[in-house]
Ligand binder design. Structure first.
Ligand code: 13P
Length: 252
């Protein structure tokens, strides 16, 4: 049985002081989430990681939004996996479409990051998803398959199920124009079949696949009741603590 997973992605929002205010109110959510067999957490900007982790400890998942795949070196402005580990971070988003669009993040680069995170015991949340143009050309499946196949290259049989996949159609991100539950389920089911082809059904049945793109408290449940959707990666609606709480309570 796959556990449900609700992850916030703050993107470039909240100063450390704002993050602390949020966490003081959010931390008791962990108990409610656990009691209802839901894993819940937030992925936050680098400078927020230390203060957020200090307050949330293990009550909610705390993740980074990116990392470098090398251990150290002359890469000005980058953050390494050992740095994340040293402050107790064990989750990290990889390949968000905003990074693919603005920072030239390719699936090959994401693959290096996924392998490095797995080698360090950190859970990668690997994002995939197509543009409006690809969607309208009815090419979503081949596009997403390529992202998954490349992202999982050399990921071992034993490690594959540790990767969380987030299907986030670009046209649904921050637009208020969410994919219907039928579209989201169709693509998440398709992704599970790609994992079956790469590994086997046993692995595919363990991999958690999230939907992301304009998910709100009012819509979260319709996604999470789909067979192949195990959770949500939520941007805007994870920024306000009351709305973040409602993401969970609206599932109960
Ligand atoms: P929104 O929920 O704001 O559409 O963002 C989705 C997203 O990109 C999460 O990673």
């Amino acid at each position: 049985m796959r556990r449900k997973l609700l992850l916030g992605n703050w993107k470039m929002n909240k100063t450390p002081s704002e993050a602390v205010e949020f966490c003081k109110e959010a931390k008791e959510l962990g108990k409610l989430a656990r009691a209802n067999k839901v894993d819940m957490g937030i992925c936050v900007p680098y400078v927020d990681l230390v203060p957020v982790k200090k307050i949330l400890k293990k009550s909610l998942i705390v993740g980074a939004e990116n990392c470098h795949y090398l251990e150290k070196g002359a890469y000005t402005g980058e953050i390494s996996i050992p740095m994340l580990k040293d402050i107790g971070i064990d989750w990290c988003i990889i390949g968000h479409s905003e990074r693919r669009t603005y920072d030239n993040e390719t699936s090959e680069k994401c693959n290096k990051k996924i392998l490095a995170l797995l080698a360090n015991g950190i859970t990668p949340v690997y994002c995939c998803g197509e543009s409006l143009e690809t969607f309208e050309a009815n090419k979503t499946k081949e596009f997403v398959e390529e992202q998954i196949v490349t992202g999982f290259k050399d990921v071992s049989y034993d490690d594959a199920a540790k990767v969380v996949i987030a299907y986030e159609p670009i046209w649904a991100i921050g637009t208020g124009k969410n994919a219907s539950k039928e579209i989201a389920e169709d693509i998440c089911g398709f992704i599970r079949n790609v994992i079956t082809k790469l590994y086997d059904r046993k692995v595919a049945n363990k991999v958690r696949i999230l939907y992301g793109g304009s998910v709100k408290p009012a819509t979260v449940k319709e996604y999470l009741t789909q067979k192949d959707i195990d959770g949500a990666l939520v941007g805007g609606a994870s920024l306000d603590v009351n709305s973040y709480k409602e993401l969970l309570t609206s599932l109960l």
